[in-house]
Design a protein around this ligand. Structure first.
Ligand SMILES: [Zn+2]
Length: 608
C-alpha cells in the first residue's frame, strides 16, 4: 500500500471516529475516545478558529440577530459625540473573542490586546475598529453603553448619583429578549428546536468582594434543596446590611447579587452562594430521536434565590418566536413552585410539562371537592382508583446510583401500577380543567361495575370494588385546576414513558458541564463585571460560543449559519456504544414528529 493511500485511510478513519464519537458526547455529556488518544476524553473536539473566521462568524451572528436596527440604532441617535468604538464593533469583538476559544475568561484587557496584536489590520477594519483613537477605555465604555441601553426599567443602575433617573427607551424589547435574539442567531435555521426541551439553572458567583453571608437565602422561592446545610453566618451583622429595592440583603460590593442555594452536583449538600442563577433552555430531543445537537436556545439571569418558576416562565417568554416549546422537562427546582407560578403559566402557553417530584409531593392525597372522593386517591401526582393495591402505593424514587437492572425492576412496578391510573385525555383545557379516562373505561382493570359493552384487556388485574358501590373505574372525570394541578402531569409518574421523557432532561445538565468544563471555563471571577445585566450579556456570549463549538464539533463545515434546509443536515450513523441505549431511543418513531406549535419553515422550504 502506498504511503499516500495509508495516509488517506488513516485520515478518513480519524474523521469518522472523531465525528461520531463527538455526537455521543453532545447527547449524553459523557467522555469519548478521541481518534488518537492524545487528548483527555472530556476535551472538546472543536479546534480553535482563526481570528479571521471568528470575526466572520461574529459579524454573521450580529447581522442575523437584527440587533443593529432593533437596538443599536438607538445608541447611534443619542446626543453627544460619536463613539470611537461603536456598540456593534464592541459586540463583534467580544463574540469573536469568545467564539474563537470558548474556554477563555472574558477580561476586557485581554480582548483589547487580542484586537491590537492578534487580529490582522483587515479584520480590525471588518469589525469596525477603524477610529485611529480607539483604546481599551473606549471598548469598556461601549460595553457599559450597551448595558445601560438594555438594562431593566427598574434597575438601580438607572438612578444617577445626582438622583436623575435615566429612562429606558420604551420601544426597546426586554433585556432577555435582546440577548436571546443574539443566541438564536448562533443556531442555523436548518436545526429547528426539538420537540422536547430541558430547562435547568446553575450558579454564577459574583466576583465582587463579599461583606457577609446569611445562614439561609432570603429569597421567596418555595424550593429548598434536600439536606440543605445551614451556613455559618459571618461578616457585617444583619442589622447593618443594606437591602435592595426587592427587600433582600445586599451581601457584596455588587448591589445586584443576592444569596441563593448552589445547585446540587454529585450529591454534595447544597450551600449558599452570592451571585446569580443562570437559567438555560436546551434542545433535549424527542421520542425515538437518533440525531440532534443540544443547542442552547435561550437563557435568563436572575439574582440568586429569586423564584425559579417565575424565572423559567420569563425564559420561555423571551426566547425567539421560532423556538416555541412543546414539551418541557425540568427538575423539582421548578416543579416545586406553587401552581400559579409554574404549572398554570405553562398550561396557558400550551406546554406539556414532565417533572420529578419532591419527597413532600409524593404523599397520598384525596379530592375533597368531589362527592365520590372515597373512590379515588392521588399518589405521586397521579389519580388512581382506590382499588390500587396497598403494595403499589408507595414506590421508591429513582436515584442516579441505580444499576440498570434495579431501574428496570422499578420501572416494571410503576408500569404495573399505571394499570390502575386514570389517564389524562390529552392536555388540559386552557382554563385548567383536565379530563381523565378511568382504568376500566380503558380496559386496564377488570372492575365489577364496568359497563357490559366495555372491552377489558387480556390479563387486566381484577379490582376489589364492591358491585354497585359506585366506584369511578369506568368514569371520565374532569378535575379542576385547584385540585393539585402542580403535581399532576400528562405522562404518569415513574412509568417507562415518563422515564424516557424525563431522561432527556440531562441535556440541560450536559450543557452546564459544557459551559463550566468541557468547552468553557465558567467559574468565579471568569469575568469581573458587576450588575445583573452586564453578567447576563457576558453569559449570553458564552452561550453563543458553546452553540458554535457544538455545531463545529458535530457537523464541521457541513452545516453553516446560512444553512436553512433541514434535509441538508447530515444524519450520522452512530458508533456502537458500550452504554445502554437511553430509554427515549429504544422505541418510538425514528423520524422527526410533527410539532404542535413552534417551528415555522422558512419561505424557501415551504415552497419547495
Ligand atoms: Zn371499580
Amino acid at each position: 500500500m502506498s504511503a499516500g493511500r495509508i495516509e488517506r485511510v488513516v485520515s478518513d478513519a480519524d474523521e469518522g471516529l472523531t465525528r461520531t464519537a463527538t455526537l455521543d458526547r453532545l447527547r449524553y455529556g459523557i467522555g469519548w475516545l478521541t481518534a488518537d488518544g492524545r487528548l483527555p476524553t472530556t476535551a472538546s473536539a472543536a479546534r480553535p478558529l482563526s481570528g479571521r473566521r471568528a470575526i466572520t462568524l461574529a459579524i454573521k451572528i450580529i447581522d442575523r440577530s437584527g440587533i443593529d436596527r432593533r437596538v443599536l440604532w438607538w445608541d447611534e441617535r443619542r446626543s453627544g459625540p460619536k463613539r470611537h468604538v461603536t456598540l456593534r464593533t464592541m459586540l463583534i469583538l467580544l463574540i469573536a473573542y469568545q467564539v474563537q476559544r470558548p474556554d477563555r475568561d472574558m477580561v476586557f484587557l485581554d480582548v483589547a490586546k487580542w484586537a491590537l496584536w492578534e487580529l490582522s489590520a483587515q479584520d480590525r477594519v471588518r469589525a469596525g475598529l477603524t477610529h485611529e483613537r480607539w483604546n481599551y477605555y473606549k471598548l469598556v465604555g461601549a460595553f457599559h453603553g450597551f448595558v445601560e441601553l438594555i438594562d431593566d426599567e427598574d434597575s438601580p443602575h438607572r438612578i444617577h448619583q445626582s438622583g436623575v433617573i435615566r429612562e429606558r427607551i420604551a420601544e426597546l424589547s426586554s433585556r432577555d429578549r435582546i440577548l436571546n435574539a443574539l443566541i438564536a442567531a448562533s443556531i442555523p435555521d436548518a436545526c429547528p428546536a426539538t420537540k422536547v426541551a430541558a430547562m435547568d439553572s446553575t450558579d454564577i458567583e459574583t466576583a465582587a468582594a463579599l461583606h457577609a453571608q446569611l445562614a439561609r437565602p432570603d429569597g421567596d422561592d418555595e424550593y429548598v434543596p434536600e439536606h440543605a446545610k445551614e451556613e455559618k453566618k459571618w461578616g457585617v451583622p444583619i442589622s447593618q446590611l443594606l437591602k435592595g429595592a426587592d427587600g433582600r440583603f445586599i451581601l457584596s460590593a455588587d448591589i445586584d447579587a443576592r444569596c441563593g442555594y448552589r445547585t446540587v452536583v454529585n450529591g454534595n449538600r447544597s450551600t449558599n452562594f452570592v451571585g446569580w442563577d443562570a437559567h438555560v433552555l436546551v434542545d433535549a430531543g424527542w421520542y425515538g430521536a437518533l440525531y440532534y445537537v443540544q443547542f442552547i436556545r435561550g437563557m435568563v439571569l436572575r439574582p440568586a434565590g429569586s423564584h425559579k418558576g417565575d424565572a423559567g416562565i420569563a425564559l420561555l417568554d423571551s426566547i425567539d418566536d421560532r423556538f416555541a416549546v412543546d414539551t418541557l422537562c425540568s427538575d423539582r427546582g421548578y416543579s416545586y413552585a406553587v401552581p400559579e407560578r409554574w404549572a398554570r403559566p405553562l398550561l396557558h402557553r400550551g406546554i406539556t410539562w414532565v417533572h420529578d417530584l419532591h419527597p413532600n409531593q409524593r404523599t397520598q392525597r384525596g379530592l375533597m371537592k368531589h362527592k365520590m372522593f372515597k373512590h379515588v386517591v392521588i399518589v405521586d401526582g397521579t389519580l388512581f382508583t382506590n382499588a390500587l393495591p396497598e403494595n403499589l402505593r408507595s414506590l421508591p424514587a429513582y436515584h442516579p446510583g441505580m444499576s440498570a437492572a434495579e431501574r428496570r425492576e422499578l420501572t416494571a412496578k410503576y408500569d404495573a401500577r399505571a394499570n390502575y391510573a386514570f389517564v389524562p385525555n390529552g392536555n388540559p383545557k386552557p382554563d385548567g380543567k383536565w379530563q381523565y379516562r378511568g382504568p376500566a373505561y380503558l380496559g386496564h382493570v377488570d372492575c365489577p361495575n364496568v359497563e357490559p359493552h366495555r372491552a377489558i384487556q387480556k390479563g387486566a388485574p381484577p379490582t376489589n370494588c364492591v358491585e354497585g358501590g359506585g366506584c369511578w373505574c369506568d368514569k371520565t372525570p374532569t378535575l379542576e385546576p385547584d385540585e393539585h394541578l402542580g403535581i399532576r402531569q400528562k405522562y404518569i409518574y415513574g412509568t417507562s414513558k415518563w422515564l424516557a421523557l424525563y431522561g432527556m432532561r440531562n441535556a440541560s445538565e450536559a450543557k452546564m458541564a459544557d459551559l463550566k468544563r468541557n468547552f468553557g471555563t465558567l467559574r468565579r471571577a471568569s469575568s469581573t463585571v458587576t450588575g445583573t445585566t452586564a453578567n447576563a450579556v457576558l453569559f449570553a456570549i458564552r452561550c453563543i460560543a458553546i452553540n458554535t463549538a457544538l455545531r463545529h464539533s458535530a457537523y464541521g463545515d457541513e452545516v453553516t449559519l446560512a444553512s436553512t434546509d433541514v434535509r441538508t443536515v447530515p444524519v450520522g450513523r452512530r458508533r456502537h456504544s458500550q452504554r445502554p441505549t437511553p430509554a427515549h431511543r429504544q422505541k418510538g418513531p425514528k423520524s422527526r414528529p410533527q410539532r404542535k406549535s413552534g417551528y415555522v419553515p422558512s419561505q424557501q422550504e415551504a415552497t419547495r
